[in-house]
Design a protein around this ligand. Structure first.
Ligand SMILES: NC(=O)C1=CN([C@@H]2O[C@H](COP(=O)(O)OP(=O)(O)OC[C@H]3O[C@@H](n4cnc5c(N)ncnc54)[C@H](O)[C@@H]3O)[C@@H](O)[C@H]2O)C=CC1
Ligand SMILES: O=C(O)[C@@H]1CCC=N1
Length: 266
C-alpha cells in the first residue's frame, strides 16, 4: 500500500510517525507532499525518501491520499493535484469543516473518507470521528480505520453532520483542557508556588482525575460529589463557578466551535 500525505504539519507528521511506529506501512511506501521548503528538508533529514515539493505523476500510483492541510489552503492546492488524481483513488480528508460533497466536486474521485482526529494522536492517545462516501467499500473503510487506530481510538458515523460536532468536542477539545489547566497554573503561581510546583500540582491532579474516571464506571457528577464535602472548599469553588455561569460559558464556546466548523465548510 502506498500512502501520500499532503501537508507535513502537526497532523501530517503525526500520521506519518504513527503509521510507521505501528508497522502499518513501510517507510519507502509513505510519500509526503509539503510546500514549505524547511519541512521538506526536515523530512528528508529523518530518512524519508519520497518527499515532494510539487504534485506530479507519482500521485497516480497512490492507494490513499491524505489531505492534512488547512481548509483555507484547498483553493490553491486542488487545481494543482486534480490532474494527477485518478477516478478510483481514495482520499482521506482530516480538514475541519470541509464536506464530502465539496471534495467530490473539487477532486476527480468520489471515494472520500472524512475524519476528525485530535492532537493526542501524536502519542497514540487520539480520538477520531470519521465517516465515508457511499462510493467507498466496507473493506476500504476498515483498512482506513486500521490506519486511524494507530493514533488512538475511532468512532464511525453514518451521518456526516456529526463531524462538525466531533470537531467542536474532541478535535478542538485538547485546547479546552489546556486552557483550564493554564488558568489553574496561573492561580497556583498567584498563591505563591513556583512555576514548576504549580505545573506539578495541576498536571498530577488532571492525570489522577482522568485515570479515576477511566478505571471506574462513575459519572463526572458523582465524582464531583465525592470530592466536594458539604460546606467545604470544593463547594465554595463550585458555587462561584455556578454564579459565574462557567458551565454555560463552556457550552457556548463549544457551540461556537461547531458553528465555525460549519462555516469553514462553506
Ligand atoms: N492541529 C490539530 O489539533 C488538528 C487539526 N486538524 C486539521 O488538520 C489539518 C492540518 O492541521 P495542522 O496539521 O494543525 O496544520 P499545519 O499548519 O501544522 O500543517 C499544514 C501543512 O500543510 C502545508 N501546506 C499547506 N498548503 C500546502 C500545499 N498547497 N501543498 C503542500 N503543503 C501544503 C503547510 O506548509 C503545513 O506544513 C487542518 O485542516 C485542521 O483542520 C484536525 C484535527 C486536529
Ligand atoms: O482549530 C482547528 O480549526 C483545528 C480543527 C480541530 C483542531 N484544530
Amino acid at each position: 500500500m502506498k500512502i501520500l500525505i499532503i501537508g507535513g504539519g502537526n497532523m501530517g507528521k503525526t500520521y506519518a510517525d504513527s503509521f510507521l511506529a505501528n508497522h502499518a506501512i513501510q517507510k519507502d511506501d509513505l510519500y509526503i507532499l509539503e510546500h514549505f521548503e524547511e519541512k521538506v528538508n526536515y523530512f528528508k533529514s529523518i530518512g524519508f525518501k519520497n518527499v515532494f515539493f510539487q504534485p506530479d505523476e507519482y500521485i497516480k500510483a497512490m492507494d490513499l491520499i491524505i489531505l492534512a492541510i488547512k481548509p483555507q489552503d484547498t483553493q490553491a492546492l486542488f487545481p494543482k493535484i486534480s490532474p494527477y488524481i485518478q477516478e478510483g483513488q481514495t482520499v482521506l480528508s482530516i480538514m475541519a469543516g470541509v464536506r464530502i460533497e465539496t471534495l467530490k466536486k473539487e477532486l476527480p474521485t468520489k471515494k472520500i473518507v472524512r475524519a476528525m482526529p485530535n492532537l493526542p494522536a501524536q502519542i497514540g492517545m487520539g480520538m477520531t470521528g470519521f465517516t465515508s462516501a457511499e462510493e467507498v467499500s466496507k473493506e476500504e473503510v476498515f483498512n482506513i480505520q486500521n490506519l486511524l487506530n494507530t493514533t488512538g481510538k475511532s468512532l464511525y458515523f453514518d451521518d456526516e453532520s456529526k463531524l462538525d460536532a466531533v470537531t467542536a468536542i474532541s478535535g478542538s477539545g485538547p485546547a479546552y483542557v489546556f486552557y483550564f489547566m493554564d488558568a489553574m497554573i496561573e492561580t497556583a503561581m498567584q498563591m505563591g508556588f513556583t512555576k514548576v510546583q504549580a505545573e506539578l500540582l495541576v498536571e498530577q491532579t488532571f492525570m489522577g482525575a482522568v485515570h479515576l474516571l477511566n478505571i471506574h464506571n462513575i459519572s463526572c457528577k458523582e465524582w464531583i460529589a465525592r470530592v466536594a464535602s458539604k460546606g467545604g472548599t470544593t463547594e465554595a469553588a463550585l458555587v462561584q463557578f455556578a454564579n459565574l455561569k462557567l458551565s454555560n460559558a463552556i457550552q457556548e464556546g463549544l457551540k461556537a466551535a461547531k458553528q465555525r466548523a460549519t462555516e469553514l465548510g462553506k
